[in-house]
Design a protein around this ligand. Structure first.
Ligand code: FES
Length: 166
């Protein structure tokens, strides 16, 4: 499913919308075009988007990639770590695919961005790494919070630590 297929409560559309609202409102406040109360009104919406909505996966037995289209999660085990990524490309939210070149990483068909299995940006039109979702270990499973994601450019520390070391 691509972002263009979404309507109503699509998680990709919701993520993009909520981030756009926050950025737009902050820009208005910074430019003196909106009262400070406008920023305060936007923040609860963003906070609501960060409610914990967890999905549980068994720890993958070996290195590989699992696409969970329903929850829009890409689960990766790679080089002793487990990562959960948002399915959407960080550029314009197109659903990412496995790199057809066989790199083990990911590929965006819209503007041909490529990413390593760790989500690091390699080439293309995107301007940051793939967004990582909050992940924690629970016994032989991982819990992924599909409504809590980190962007490598604005949250580098959280992005770097969003992984499970096996
Ligand atoms: S939407 Fe993926 S690179 Fe533009």
């Amino acid at each position: 499913m691509s972002a263009n297929d979404c309507s109503g409560d699509c998680p990709i559309a919701r993520r993009v919308f909520l981030k756009d609202v926050s950025v737009f409102t902050a820009a208005l406040v910074a430019a003196g075009l909106a009262p400070r109360g406008a920023m305060a009104a936007a923040e609860p919406v963003r906070a609501l988007s960060r409610e914990r909505t967890e999905v549980r996966y068994p720890i993958p037995a070996k290195d590989g990639v699992q696409f969970d289209d329903k929850n829009e999660v890409i689960l990766v085990r790679y080089a002793g770590k487990v990562y959960a990524f948002a399915l959407s490309c960080p550029h314009q939210s197109t659903a990412l695919k496995l790199d057809p070149a066989g790199s083990g990483g990911f590929y965006c068909t819209k503007h041909e961005s490529r990413y390593r299995p760790t989500g690091e940006f390699i080439s293309g039109r995107a301007t940051r790494n793939m967004d990582r979702l909050a992940i924690r270990r629970d016994g032989n499973a991982v819990q992924v919070d599909v409504d809590k994601w980190f962007e490598s450019d604005s949250e580098p520390t959280q992005w770097a630590s969003a992984a499970i070391t096996l």
